[in-house]
Design a protein around this ligand. Sequence first.
Ligand SMILES: *[C@@H]1O[C@H](CO)[C@@H](O)[C@H](O)[C@H]1NC(C)=O
Ligand SMILES: *[C@@H]1O[C@H](CO)[C@@H](O)[C@H](O)[C@H]1NC(C)=O
Ligand SMILES: *[C@@H]1O[C@H](CO)[C@@H](O)[C@H](O)[C@H]1NC(C)=O
Length: 124
Amino acid sequence: MQILVFLSLLLVYPADFLYLWEPRTLQCLSKDCKLSKNADQTGLVPANCSFSGKSGNPEIECDIECDGAERDSVISKKPTDYRYCNRFFTYNTRKTSDGKWTIWRNGTCAIANITMTVHCAFPL
Ligand SMILES: *[C@@H]1O[C@H](CO)[C@@H](O)[C@H](O)[C@H]1NC(C)=O
Ligand SMILES: *[C@@H]1O[C@H](CO)[C@@H](O)[C@H](O)[C@H]1NC(C)=O
Ligand SMILES: *[C@@H]1O[C@H](CO)[C@@H](O)[C@H](O)[C@H]1NC(C)=O
């Protein structure tokens, strides 16, 4: 039975089996962000973030340490209903030209207390 499920998943989502998916959680109290690479969100260490923008329109971008990943997943956030954080408009992931992955936030989301979890797909 498990083999059947696996085989049918392989037919439906062949590309997903070529990757190792690793979790990343960025926990931010305003501009102070910590990063965890564990599924249970333990082992938080200070994230490497850079700041730009003006005081009225701050921007913060933090390395999520997914160097070399090819894809990323849906981002989940906590609290889920914080209205100032909208993917694409005030936060998202970004792959930099040197192959690093970041999560950026701007506007009111840049100073929000928010936790975001994403998965990075590393080629096997
Ligand atoms: C933090 O990010 C900056 C800018 O990308 C980089 O130059 C620096 O090496 C990074 N530091 C660490 C500890 O990763
Ligand atoms: C935040 O960045 C996005 C993408 O660059 C942009 O569309 C949006 O206008 C920015 N929002 C603010 C408040 O600066
Ligand atoms: C974020 O959390 C800190 C500490 O708990 C609190 O003082 C601050 O008011 C919170 N900020 C927002 C925007 O909720």
